[in-house]
Design a protein around this ligand. Structure first.
Ligand code: HEM
Length: 215
């Protein structure tokens, strides 16, 4: 079956090439351009963090079991973005407040694994899509290392745990790429992962538009 043939390139290369245009669009989005140009005010920055928080709160709730189960078993430790966004939005002193109110990863999600092997093909496709989503999230931390330097200059009194995650992570990007290469080994898996990655870029993109507050 065509879908079961080995992929021609490692998964991390195919993901990068298949999402190049989406990455360029994210870099070129109104919020990112204003942020790097130093034109985003504090209210706008906090509004952007709030939009990110909505995205990650939902995503971590939706994918929590998989992250704590299959992803951890595959050798990758996901660090909660929602928790870091909560710290940046509410300040380190009140960090537990939003965590009590809303369920995010660090507040304890079920650890049961959901592995493709144990699932039907439809569920396996969904799990492969989730790897594509995670690719976008982990990759965005690389750009975050550039962005956080600008944020520290522009907003020296605010905390920037979310954008600094790539600086502080003890998990190196090449190791994540090798996890992707192990997990996505046939064309069907890779197609699903690319679809998931493009959808996640689109979700990010919505948070980076002009209608986001930017004063
Ligand atoms: C102005 C904003 C951004 C800049 C300057 C930027 C910059 C970068 C840079 C320099 C890298 C490569 C780092 C390396 O290989 O060491 C990278 C990779 C990546 N970025 Fe961005 N980025 C930005 C925004 C974003 C956003 C918003 C997302 C997600 C929605 C994103 C997703 C990714 C992904 C997935 C990769 C990995 C690409 C690969 O497979 O090699 N980036 N970014």
């Amino acid at each position: 079956m065509d879908g079961a043939r080995a992929v021609p390139s490692p998964a991390h290369i195919v993901l990068r090439e298949s999402t190049r245009a989406a990455h360029e669009a994210a870099e070129d989005s109104p919020a990112m351009r204003r942020l790097l140009a130093g034109e985003l005010g504090e209210t706008g920055y906090l509004g952007l963090l709030g939009a990110h928080w909505d995205l990650f709160r939902d995503w971590e709730e939706q994918r929590g079991r998989w992250l704590m189960g299959h992803v951890a078993d595959a050798g990758w430790r996901y660090l909660s973005r929602a928790s870091r966004l909560a710290m940046d939005i509410h300040g380190a002193c009140s960090v537990n407040e939003p965590l009590k109110r809303r369920k995010v990863l660090d507040s304890g999600l079920p650890a049961a694994a959901g592995s493709p092997a144990a699932a039907g093909s439809h569920k396996a496709a969904l799990l492969h899509e989730a790897w594509g989503e995670l690719y976008v999230i982990e990759g965005s931390a690389l750009g975050g290392r550039v962005i956080v330097k600008r944020l520290r200059e522009r907003f020296p009194t605010l905390s920037h745990h979310f954008y600094a995650i790539g600086e502080n992570a003890d998990e190196p990007w090449p190791r994540f790429q090798s996890v992707l290469d192990r997990e996505l080994t046939d064309r069907a898996a890779l197609q699903s992962a690319v679809a998931g990655a493009l959808r996640m870029f689109a979700r990010f993109h919505q948070t980076l538009q002009d209608d986001a507050p930017h004063v």
